[in-house]
Design a protein around this ligand. Sequence first.
Ligand code: UDP
Ligand code: MG
Length: 339
Amino acid sequence: MSENPLRTPTLLSVVAPVYDEEELIEQFVARATAAVADYEFELVLVNDGSHDSTPEKLDRLAAADPRVRVIHLSRNFGHQAALTAGLEHAVGDVVAMIDADLQDPPELIPEMVAQWSQGADVVYAVRKEREGETAFKLATASWFYKLFDKLAQVDLEPNSGDFRLLDRRALDALLAMTERSRFLRGMTVWVGFNQTAVAYQRDARHAGETKYTLRRMLRFSLDAIASFSHLPLQLATYAGILSAGVAFVAIPVVIALRIADSYLPGFGSITIAILLLGGIQLIAIGVIGEYVGRIYDEVKHRPLYIVREERNRPTSTSRFVSPPATRAGLPARTPERIS
Ligand code: UDP
Ligand code: MG
């Protein structure tokens, strides 16, 4: 437990990625601002290359309230990269991450802060119910969590999304993980520390549409599994051992049949064997390819995102707790060097 049982945040950062959310961004900022009004706070909104009127609306919100910070990325980099951008720019000693579409109620943040005050370093919100989501999304999400649980070495609570609150220590540990395929909810579990859950009801999206198409969801799941498990690679080895074992058993059987002079048409069985082995080999090559592709992405060492413009950037002399440049364990490519 913490050495300081009832701590209060010096500065609370609320980080939200925003992509084409013109219908509800103002409502989100109003609700989030009201929800954390009792704290010193900053709202870090990352515009992930929106194509609608979101950027202008964000600029107006930032002009109206200096606590609203806006980071415009140079294009759409995707949800997890945008979230990472926000986390790297946040300067609070307590940082909450939340979706901007109001599916996660900002009103829950004080409850999460209360858990932090009692010594939790990572507070994750678990969805009790998920409203307004299709049966297909619920089913695929539940399969994904089951599969991830089987394959990966981190215990990810099912139905916990990216709605989380992190202590600065846990956040710095998270930001020291420089991998490119980012599955942030798994990574926040991986860092350890005191983890606590709070339950909530996930609302339907207030307006607009989900930005996660089936293809993106599939990519996201593959990324998640590949970055937390080597089991798919090992499965290829097991399949190879199994089929080689079958072949070794088959050899004496074939010889025995030859000696007994039984008629062996052979064609069908050979075809089946070739197809089966060919299939296994192609799958194995595909699995290796998934990992090699990720290794390639890693060694290229490109920045995860590029900042085009920033509004209400805190100055080094301001009240903020731990300026990004002085954070321990940060990778060489910090956003400050990119922007
Ligand atoms: N988002 C983003 N970049 C993207 C896709 C989504 O910043 O490429 C944001 C989006 O604006 C929202 C959050 O990420 O605030 C979650 O996205 P969404 O609601 O579409 O996902 P879902 O809740 O359907 O999983
Ligand atoms: Mg959503």
